[in-house]
Design a protein around this ligand. Structure first.
Ligand SMILES: N[C@@H](CCC(=O)N[C@@H](CS)C(=O)NCC(=O)O)C(=O)O
Length: 142
């Protein structure tokens, strides 16, 4: 299995954590996000969004960290990543989605770059990212 990621990418961390919990190994292929390597033509061919992570293996080419993690859980069921009981499963998914759907995407590199392009000064860009993280993580803490 190949994991296209970057050491500072929290979405790649999610997949690395799942791989470790499953006791699975992968070849790690790094794409330097600050150098824009995620937008190289050969990488866009496997991940048209220009995001990490991407996982390749068993004939699959998979993007989106939560979809990758679900696939790992379904193809390597032990140890399970989700509780068995439906309500508890829903709560675990909701917790993951607070980060993956509502917190991380509004302050990732691409969004911050766009805010700069639109003329937002650097201190406001930083303030935006800090606010997004604070809001999401505070909800998780509660
Ligand atoms: N929803 C995607 C998000 C992936 C994502 O935003 N990855 C970030 C790194 S954590 C990225 O590749 N950013 C590059 C950019 O913004 O240009 C997932 O969970 O896999």
């Amino acid at each position: 299995m190949k994991l296209h990621g970057y050491f500072r990418s929290s979405a790649s961390y999610r997949v690395r954590i799942a791989l470790n919990l499953k006791g699975l190994s992968a070849e790690h292929l790094s794409h330097h996000l600050r150098k824009g390597e995620q937008r190289a033509a050969d990488y866009l061919a496997i991940n048209p969004q220009g995001f990490v992570p991407t996982v390749q293996g068993d004939g699959a080419n998979l993007t989106q960290s939560l979809a990758i993690i679900e696939w790992l859980d379904e193809t390597h069921p032990e140890p399970p990543l989700l509780p068995k009981e439906p309500l508890r499963r829903a709560r675990v998914r909701a917790f993951a989605q607070v980060i993956a759907c509502d917190t991380h995407p509004i302050q990732n590199l691409k969004i911050l770059a766009r805010l700069r392009e639109l003329g937002l000064p650097e201190e406001k860009v930083t303030e935006w990212a800090a606010w997004a993280n604070r809001e999401g993580l505070a909800a998780c803490e509660k």
